[in-house]
Design a protein around this ligand. Sequence first.
Ligand SMILES: [Zn+2]
Length: 397
Amino acid sequence: MTATNPVDVLQALIRCPSVTPAEGGALDVLEGLLSPLGFRVDRMLAKDEGTPDIENLYARAGSDGPHLMFAGHSDVVPVGAETDWSAGPFSGDVRDGMLYGRGAVDMKGGIACFIAAYARLVEQGKVPKGSVSLLITGDEEGPAVNGTVKLLEWAAERGERWDACLVGEPTNPDTLGDMIKIGRRGSVSGTVTVKGVQGHAAYPHLADNPVRGALSLAKSLMFPAFDTGTENFQPSNLEVTTIDVGNAATNVIPASARFKFNIRFNDVWTADSVNAEIIRRLDAAAVDPELRPDRAAIGYDITWSERPSHVFLTRNNALIASLSGAIETVTGKTPKLSTTGGTSDARFIKDYCPVVEFGLVGQTMHMVDERVAVADLETLTVIYQTFIEQWFAHADA
Ligand SMILES: [Zn+2]
């Protein structure tokens, strides 16, 4: 295997079946590649009650600043039915210019290109003055409890400080160079339970139908819109994702009803202020007479699911300019600076240093026959190499 060749590196990584939480040999491959390139490699095992133990990797070359971090994950999502794949999901086969395998774009491909880029700098005698580190978690596609959060804490406790971070997740919708992610929306989920009074459907005045209350409350969260969007973000959006009553009888008014929702919110809000707005809307709708004339206020409970994801926007111009400039130099395209899509581990890294995301084309991620164009691997390697050189040139100035 040649570290300067992203195809070689990616094939070696894909052949490690590292479906979360399995390490699958992927970190061994990384350690074997990074040590000869001058990286000090640490493996960090993270444990938490009720979740599987996860192996993570942190590698650093250099000891002085400026310090650039590349972040990614070596775990992959399950392959589904292997027989649906046209080649083995862990084969790394190349056919008609495409390299196949789970993780090809999400995101072993991004890791392979970054390592190849750094290996070329070493080979060309252009090792940056400063430090480059790789923060690779094995728990991005799983519960994300024993991954990036703990690895960052562990490294920070050992005195690691970073000036900027590039996350190598697939960010391009159609072609390489389309899009950089410079922030992400926040995300909050919850469950609302509406209490009613059970009774006969023919005698509704003796009962209190919680379905009426649930519909009023759910509507209040979906309308009106939370905002109209901001300079860098699309409008916040709340979706009611399920309404459950579980009532099998048509002649019975049920005793309770509940619904779940998820909101993706922009930088008009914080997780706290969006929660407060949700409560304000529910309280207002609880006394709305439209579906429940002449009734007392709806009784409801709300529970918030998991930890909220906080919204963030990176404003570090040198970081964005280095990456954008590298993409323009190599592809001739001006990438869109976007905050669309779901959450990523960048939401944790942003607490330590400015972070941007750029990787491969995301079209086949998590799908059967996940694949990447061999030509894209070469192009991304050149982009990453150019980015590293430009970022250190900026940081030096
Ligand atoms: Zn990913």
